[in-house]
Write a protein that binds this ligand. Sequence first.
Ligand code: G16
Length: 539
Amino acid sequence: MSKTVETTPFQNQKMGTAGIRQKVQIVKQKNYIENFIQSLFNAIGGVEGQSFVLGGDGRYLNDIAIQTIIKMAAANGMKKLIIGQNGMLSTPASSHILLKYHLDGGLTLSASHNPGGENGDFGIKYATNSGGQCSSAISERIYQQTKQITSYKIEDVEDIDLSKIGTQKLGNMEIEVIDPVKDYLFMMEEIFDFEAIKKLFQSGFTFVFDAMNAVTGPYAIQIFEEVLGAPKGSVHQAVPMPDFGGLHPDPNLKYAKHLVDLMYSDHAPDFAAANDGDGDRNMILGKKFFVSPSDSLAILTDNYHFIPAYKNGISGVAKSAATSTAVKRVAENLHINYFEVPTGWKNFCNLMDSNRITFCGEESFGTGSSHIREKDGIWAVLFWLNIIAATGKSVEQITRDFWKKYGRTYYLRYDFDGIDTAVADQMMRDLENNLTSFVGQTFNGYTVKEAYPFVYKDPVDGLETKNGLLVYFDGGARICFRLSGTGTNGATLRVYIESYDQNDFDKNSEHELQNLLQVAFKLAKITEFTGKTQPDLTT
Ligand code: G16
């Protein structure tokens, strides 16, 4: 039986860079999820007769939210829901299901790389029929609805059993519970040279994939161990847990330090990788060697011809403005399209839909291609394995060959967390007002060549987005300042710094960029505004 429940609005349901993200304790409030979902349904003109994909990364509240959404979808007249078994689906797998079965939309229950558990974060990403996350215009419409909502519709029934694969009915709505891995595995087999990767493992190549107790565990076991023949036990932390076993499931030098330590020890395997909570981010490591995400995008692009699915050529590549310029040099060399977009994977989608680009990536450990409309962690790992299998070279050799050809871009991101939102906004406003006055001035030996706010005009829909402030120096160095759109604790200032060297590839990045970091402190008056004298996180 469907019922209508009266409710009152919450004022904090605005979507950020990728969906809505909040502390679990906030999301747990009565009607919080219900309000957001009904507002979403209302904002898109209802879901009657529509088919959606639904799943999540298994974090705390995943099970409760999924039941609520199923019952609300049925009460709102949805025709069909395709759901990952036990409510699990990685973000890339969900995008693939949406595209493969020509669905109308998708909901992924995840706060991505943010911590889980009772005191962690929860989130919901909404994708449209294009397979990618909704535009800012749609998220704004949803936000407006959340501020006006007075009631929602829900079926008054027992919870649905999601443990068995198969089809069932809830009222007139069909629920199809699917194997979360099967379709995704087929797609990967079509893209990569699985036979070559199998031979690589047969030759004794050693490998660790760290799923960080999150959604990619079952995908990785099946793909790497069962199909490709990596030794049993190659996949670490493979069982998804609601609190990710206490880990912060963000594959970077700080939160995956255990993996970094392994790779810098005498027991290091030939290759290691990690994925984040919902499986869209990746980190790549060789023996005593870390590949920066910006370099990874550039290296994959330069080696596209080794991958069967891209053998006939790629149309172009895009990166977020904050990502290092390494891939720009590759695009110029390959004579392919090149774009810089605002942070947020959704900004790549029009470029992929219109075939302007094949690859895209971001500094935040995300790489992907037009096979789906999300970044894809396992895809990136398979890409690296395929290059290694084809060339017989190590991660380090592949990267050094790349530096020899294009020069090295030293790059780091510095985060300043938990800043009062009003203070952070004022700091950015001040910096923006001062930008032009920096041009021609020299700071710590670096002379400012250009300084301006980054503004992107989407070539497909013509919409303009402003995101971040850029300062370019003579000699190829660059600083980008922007505020994060995914945090749940005040504001996070992100400072992205790079320098370029054509000859010396063995400098320590932190040391190399130290002077520029001091310049960033000075330009943005970081200490004056925040009291901080050093970043909280360097990745
Ligand atoms: C999301 C977006 C990415 C973005 C990242 C960080 O990733 O999809 O495009 O780079 O957030 O965004 P921000 O710098 O605004 O915090 P994910 O993996 O969290 O969904």
